[in-house]
Design a protein around this ligand. Structure first.
Ligand SMILES: N[C@@H](CCC[C@H](N)C(=O)O)C(=O)O
Length: 285
């Protein structure tokens, strides 16, 4: 491989949920699960929770297409924190205050909310068992499964599958033990992201506050999960535990999530750039 053909990348994160971002708008990129795992590997690659590719827009309705891959090599339809990061890159590039990003989960509208702060309309939550998807017809407000001390989560799709367990003490949950078991539970044919959520506010608070930790499908424990924060707010509001707007306190910081009257979920939070570089061609030719 000659010098100059190596892939440039930007390393970004949203509240510590980190990404290697590749711009494939003017150059063909061939990814395989092996290559995604190699780049994502923290010991031998660059290291990230998700590999994110900016691809050309399909038609004229969006500014770009975003493709998202978990560090295990699987492709996913949605990633809230990466959407804010890519929106920020696109807005910085265009000088505009908004951007439209096409994902496998649909078109997402993003807006700048000040320095390094971005709001994204994450669309409508999926509340039907087929949308999550579940293996059988179950009321998504009470999935009724139990692993260890975790019982009866709420199922929510934010373009990707989530199971939200309400607990008295989120810090006490052994996520590294129960997370992988629940991710692969037979009720979730496409696996699931697993959230444990502890209410820090009362149901009648003007603004809710919820502590949340996550075991991400295809990645493991991460510092933050944007779609998980959206799913948690929706789950808490459906259970009558929270108003429809809340601060979700994650390991890496806080996201503000609002379930709007039009049924869309609005996520607002920071973005950060860590460094830029080029990928060793042995990782990605
Ligand atoms: N970190 C993300 C979600 C990434 C995808 C997820 N692991 C899945 O497999 O669905 C976020 O910020 O939403």
């Amino acid at each position: 491989m000659t010098h100059g053909t190596a892939w440039p990348f930007v390393k970004m994160h949203g509240l510590g949920n980190d990404f290697v971002v590749l711009d494939a708008r003017s150059r063909a990129l061939t990814l395989t699960p092996e290559r995604i795992r190699a780049v994502s590997d923290r010991r031998t690659g660059i290291g990230c929770d998700q590999l994110v590719v900016i691809a050309p827009p399909n038609g004229q309705v969006s500014d770009a297409t975003m493709l998202i891959y978990n560090s295990d090599g699987s492709e996913v339809a949605a990633c809230g924190n990466a959407t804010r990061c890519v929106a920020w890159l696109l807005m910085t590039e265009s000088g505009a205050e908004s951007a439209v990003i096409e994902t496998r989960a649909g078109l997402l509208d993003a807006e700048s909310r000040g320095a390094q702060l971005v709001a994204v309309d994450m669309g409508r939550p999926g509340l039907d068992w087929r949308e999550i998807p579940l293996a059988q017809a179950v009321d998504t407000l009470h999935l009724g499964i139990k692993v260890g001390a975790l019982t009866d989560p709420v199922g929510v799709s934010m373009g990707n599958p989530h199971a939200v367990f309400f607990v008295n003490d989120a810090e006490a949950v052994e996520l590294s033990t129960v997370g992988p078991v629940l991710e692969h539970h037979a009720l979730f044919p496409e696996r699931a992201n697993i959230e444990v959520a502890q209410m820090l506010s009362s149901p009648d608070a003007a603004l809710g506050r919820i502590r949340m930790r996550v075991w991400e499908r295809g990645t493991g424990i991460t510092m933050a999960c944007g779609t998980g924060a959206c799913a948690t707010l929706v789950a808490a509001a459906r259970r009558g535990l929270s108003p429809r707007k809340a601060e979700i306190v994650l390991d890496g910081g806080t996201l503000t999530i609002e379930w709007l009257p039009d049924n869309h979920v609005l996520m607002t939070g920071p973005v950060a750039t860590s460094f830029a570089g080029t990928l060793d061609p042995t990782l990605l030719p």
